[in-house]
Design a protein around this ligand. Structure first.
Ligand SMILES: [Mg+2]
Length: 368
């Protein structure tokens, strides 16, 4: 089995509810569908979410690298020679979500060629992950309503609250309103996307210390290393590295140098192979991992479930799987369902989902 063709198809789907956060905003999702076809006609698929404010990738750069340098690596390669493919992709620096998608599409091919779901190939621990829903910037009243409605409609019991605004009181009051409205049993944690300084983040930690928050993700810029270390040392809850740990090496550096005490794993940027290495590293050290969301489409979210459900250590906590609920539509044929607070990995071979060709034709933006 060798790879014959690599396609990178840009598409755009509007958000039904635009998402705002400290490092940016998303009004449409403009993603790239990666399709890798083998000599046997097996098609591996994955979604690429370009996030210029986090990784510097754009739709054009993703298409350029996938159909240029990465295509040269992939065409003629045997998908089973994954380590060989990775070694050759690694000669190009950066491009994390393009590389992540190649890994996922290659695993999809392997699963399809064996007739086995990839969540079982990877580990087969469980099929279900509890869902954590992300609350973007809005008024406290609107977010309390949103949380109530997600609890009622989907049984979701964990919320990640986007913070990082000034004045700090805005987000301190928001967090307090959510805790008071939702009661003590709903899990709440914060993500400031580097919106604050370490000193501001410490003020927020002090002001919310009675609210039972479980994690604080990227409170400040991790590159301001002494401020971040002081924050990590003084915080009683884990400080989660997300955009400061987009690779295995970055994750190890942040943890070993005291820049964080927990890790967000996103399959959109580390695929399944590198995500598994990060997971093993975290498990060995006994630090918590959160399965994160790159504002993923349903296709991307299924990759997160596939990985997260495969291992005991990644399935312990609620995974961020619900950003797709704010999108007007998706490319996949069989939509994700959130039932009683859980998403279940598909049973089909590969990553287990298929593209609706009519939807792809309607949303692709590479044909006039
Ligand atoms: Mg984050």
């Amino acid at each position: 089995m060798i790879i014959d063709e690599v396609e990178a198809i840009p598409y755009r789907i509007p958000m039904s509810k635009p998402l705002h956060f400290a490092s940016g905003a998303v009004h449409d999702i403009e993603h790239v569908l990666l399709r890798i076809t083998t000599s046997e006609g097996i098609v591996g698929i994955a979604d690429v979410p370009p996030r210029p404010y986090t990784y510097g990738e754009t739709t054009a750069s993703v298409i350029g690298i996938l159909t240029g340098l990465f295509r040269e690596v992939l065409v003629g390669a045997d998908p089973l020679d994954r380590a060989q493919i990775h070694a050759r992709l690694a000669r190009t620096v950066g491009n994390p979500t393009a590389k992540g998608a190649v890994d996922i599409a290659v695993w999809d091919i392997i699963g399809k060629s064996l007739g086995v779901p990839v969540h079982r190939l990877l580990g087969g621990y469980t099929r279900k992950l509890a869902v954590s829903h992300m609350l973007g910037f809005d008024s406290a009243a609107a977010l309390v309503d949103e949380a109530h409605s997600y609890i009622e409609r989907f049984g979701i019991r964990t919320f990640k609250v986007k913070v990082g605004r000034r004045p700090l009181a805005l987000d301190i009051e928001l967090t307090r309103s959510l805790r008071e409205a939702l009661g003590p049993d709903v899990e709440l944690y914060l993500d400031a996307n580097r919106g604050w300084t370490a000193t501001e983040a410490l003020q927020v930690l002090d002001a919310t210390s009675d609210l039972g928050l479980t994690y604080f993700e990227e409170p400040d810029d991790a590159r301001e290393i002494l401020g971040r270390r002081r924050l990590v040392q003084l915080s009683r809850i884990p400080i989660v590295a997300d955009e400061s740990a987009p690779s295995l090496g970055d994750a190890a550096r942040e943890i070993q140098t005291g820049g964080a005490t927990a890790l967000s794993i996103k399959t959109a940027r580390t695929g399944f192979t590198e995500s598994q290495k990060i997971l093993g590293y975290a498990e060995a050290l006994g630090i918590d991992v959160l399965m994160g969301n790159q504002i993923d489409s349903q296709l991307g979210s299924i990759a997160t479930v596939t990985f997260g459900a495969a291992f005991e250590y990644s399935s312990r906590r609620a995974a961020e799987l619900s950003n797709f609920l704010d999108m007007a539509d998706d490319l996949i044929a069989d939509p994700i369902r959130i039932e009683d607070g859980f998403v279940t990995a598909p049973t089909g071979p590969g990553v287990g989902t298929a593209i609706d060709e009519e939807k792809l034709a309607a949303y692709r933006i590479d044909r006039g």
